[in-house]
Design a protein around this ligand. Structure first.
Ligand SMILES: *Cc1c(COP(=O)(O)O)cnc(C)c1O
Length: 384
């Protein structure tokens, strides 16, 4: 039977400790959640600024839903593009200092929309090996040649660019790497893009809202102004606490995406309520210096607390703080031991990370307290 193979593949996943399970949260997104009636201190969400449950955004949503209803009723390019969407795109472009921005329903859709619209067969994409899965899918969808360089290895990237006779070249990288919490060498990437006349497409899912002045993201962190060969993607379901994503760039690039990007055109525009929520959220991100200060303080306390222990916590100035454990069963054991103590830190395993590098991915949120981090540190010290 055709499904027998699936059954044995599922059993195989279970044997290798790779079966994913879901927990149903009985509370909204927060640092303190409830699962199966049990309270948990959670270090897993990407709600880095704690905006996912912010009352000002809730108010904006209530107001917007009365004015705009729930559904958009169609694609952005037909009848689904409303005033809140338009205002949001203008606000986002201004915020990151680009000519124009295009709002997508999710970051995944933005990524698979952008790459195939800029390059195709006979072209080449030069991609960091640790890029997010959505960027990997985006390259496959484009049918361009997929050249992958070792993580942040600029010398290897340069060799590949120099050796390439592709018609068009595109350098593709996470700005902040989602499972490592480190940051791409953006200046060097832009210089190489300049030297080899390539696009530079950056996915700043974990930098937007967290890094840079007013949370403008990774480019601002490095003081890099917008540039015509730069295409910047920020997602809005993480630090911005809502959902969706935007692509920012020159008017030419954005117009081209609007004309040709399939995941923009052939999908229903997200609800105008979401756009209204994001307008409120963007203001909170902008004014969120205290939240970003809190994040830095929590990070410092976490790293200091683990000094002198066996835990290998990777250096990071973002909200992502991984501890490399190694094998899948070992990381699951640590994650379970934390869970027994009422603390939820996800175990990240292949294929999300390379084999043998399974890890705990601690993500901090501005709504954590120093006492929350203290509890995590004590538990880890007990378990080691
Ligand atoms: C989360 C994430 C995405 C996908 O964004 P969604 O809005 O969740 O679809 C893309 N790139 C990176 C690096 C991410 O971490």
């Amino acid at each position: 039977m055709i499904w027998k193979e699936l059954e044995s593949q599922l059993a195989g996943l279970a044997d290798s400790h790779l079966l994913r399970t879901r927990k149903t949260l009985e509370t909204g997104c927060s640092t303190h959640v409830s699962v199966d009636g049990k309270p948990l201190l959670a270090f897993c969400s990407n709600d880095y600024l704690g905006l996912a449950s912010h009352p000002a955004i809730q108010e904006a949503v209530c107001k917007a839903v009365r004015q705009w209803g729930t559904g958009s009723g169609g694609s952005h390019v037909v009848n689904g593009h409303m005033t809140p969407h338009q205002m949001l795109e203008e606000a986002l472009a201004r915020f990151v200092g680009a000519d124009r921005a295009l709002y997508y329903s999710t970051g995944y859709m933005a990524n698979i929309g952008v790459v195939p619209t800029l390059v195709g067969r006979g072209d080449a994409v030069f991609a960091d090996r640790l890029n997010h899965a959505s960027l990997i899918d985006a390259v496959q969808l484009s049918r361009a040649d997929h050249r992958r360089y070792a993580h942040k290895d600029m010398a290897q990237l340069e060799k590949m660019l120099a050796a390439s006779d592709a018609k068009r070249k595109l350098i593709l990288s996470d700005a902040v790497f989602s499972m490592d919490g480190d940051v791409a060498l953006l200046k060097e990437l832009l210089d190489l893009a300049e030297q080899y006349d390539a696009w530079l497409v950056l996915d700043d899912a974990h930098g937007f809202g967290v890094l840079g002045q007013e949370g403008r993201g990774s480019l601002d962190h490095f003081g890099i102004p917008f540039h015509p060969r730069l295409v910047y993607i920020g997602t809005l379901g993480k630090a911005a606490g809502v959902s969706g994503a935007f692509v920012a760039g020159t008017s030419t690039v954005i117009e081209w995406l609007m004309q040709r990007s399939r995941s923009y055109i052939f999908t229903t525009a997200s609800s105008p309520v979401i756009a209204a929520a994001l307008l409120a959220s963007l203001e909170l991100v902008r004014q969120g210096e205290d939240l970003r200060g809190q994040l830095r303080q929590l990070a410092q306390s976490l790293h200091e607390g683990l000094q002198g222990t066996a835990w290998r916590i990777l250096p990071s100035f973002t909200a992502i703080h991984p501890i490399i454990v190694g094998e899948n069963d070992a990381v699951l054991k640590v994650s379970e031991a934390l869970m027994d103590r009422g603390i939820w830190v996800p175990a990240i395993r292949p294929p999300t990370v390379p084999k043998g590098q399974a890890r705990l991915r601690i993500s901090l949120s501005a709504s954590h307290t120093l006492a929350d981090v203290g509890r995590l540190v004590s538990a880890l010290r007990e378990i080691q």
